[in-house]
Design a binder for this molecule. Structure first.
Ligand code: SF4
Length: 273
């Protein structure tokens, strides 16, 4: 395990222990054996004998169909608006998002935040909505949660902007970082769906309940939805915790790590990867 991996695993909430076996004497040559043990969390003494942070043994996730197609009642005129958005290219989409006043969230934004990253990306990560820093800088996930997301990406060999695109369920900042309302997510959903169509990612990872609600139309607990494979059209979808939640609930980082491993396995198990 190299130093970078160790730092990343520690950032993800893993504690690394170096165990040294007793030296062997007698006829056998003297030797030193080192084994790296990865603990799920600093306080849970569950040892997994993995010399490197390998993906756990593959377990095929159940494929679960997405929930309701539309998570909230759509206001009049939505179909025509959604149809217009569905024909936009990237530049038109970026302009439309900046000019959009389709929901209350437009009132307190400094700017709408479309998303960031590689527009040919295989990986799409979807969060909730911009916070204060994102609203000011026009980029999703740039605060503490963004740092953790970057560490999570690095832990599975990914990097922001390289084969990765990051978007949010709503493009404008909810006041006080509250959870976006269902009607706000519904109003913004055509933008997200158009991003998915333009990107055609090979996998989508939903970070937190708002993203799950927006994309899958589900309001179940994340605990019941993670480690399962969903689909949004042709795109495989996996669910995990939002980095901001993980910052407040450190032991859950180990579960997020499992979810990212599942996402990586899903990608590795597909032809052409
Ligand atoms: S959150 Fe989405 S739907 Fe609402 S104003 Fe912003 S861009 Fe428009």
């Amino acid at each position: 395990m190299n130093e970078a991996h160790q730092i990343l695993l520690q950032e993800m909430g893993y504690t690394l222990w170096q165990l040294r076996q007793p030296q062997v004497t007698g006829d056998m040559p003297e030797q030193e054996c080192r084994e790296t043990v990865v603990l799920e969390s600093p306080v849970v003494p569950v040892a997994v004998a993995q010399p490197v942070p390998e993906v756990p043994a593959p377990v095929a996730p159940a494929v679960v169909p997405a929930g309701a197609a539309e998570p909230a009642a759509m206001p009049p005129g939505t179909d025509a608006r959604a149809a217009r958005i569905a024909r936009m290219d990237w530049d038109e989409l970026a302009r439309a998002v900046q000019e959009c006043r389709a929901c209350e969230l437009c009132k307190q934004r400094q700017q709408a935040v479309l998303g960031v990253g590689d527009r040919q990306a295989d990986w799409l990560f979807v969060g909730e909505g911009p916070g204060a820093e994102e609203d000011a800088r026009g980029e999703p996930f740039v605060g503490q949660a963004g740092k953790l997301l970057d560490a999570m990406l690095a832990a599975i060999g990914l990097r922001r902007g390289e084969n990765v695109y990051i978007a949010n369920a709503v493009k404008c900042r909810p006041e006080g970082n509250r959870t976006p309302h269902a009607d706000e997510m519904a109003a913004c959903r055509p933008f997200l769906m158009r991003q998915v169509e333009l990107l055609q990612p090979r996998i989508m990872v939903l970070l937190g309940k708002a993203a799950v609600h927006s994309v899958l139309g589900e309001d179940k607990s994340l605990a019941s939805m993670r480690q399962k494979l969903f689909r949004a059209g042709e795109v495989p979808v996996l669910v995990t915790y939002h980095p901001a939640y993980l910052l407040r609930n450190l032991p859950e980082k180990a579960k997020a790590w499992e979810d990212l491993c599942l996402a990586r396995r899903q990608m590795q198990g597909r032809p052409g990867n």
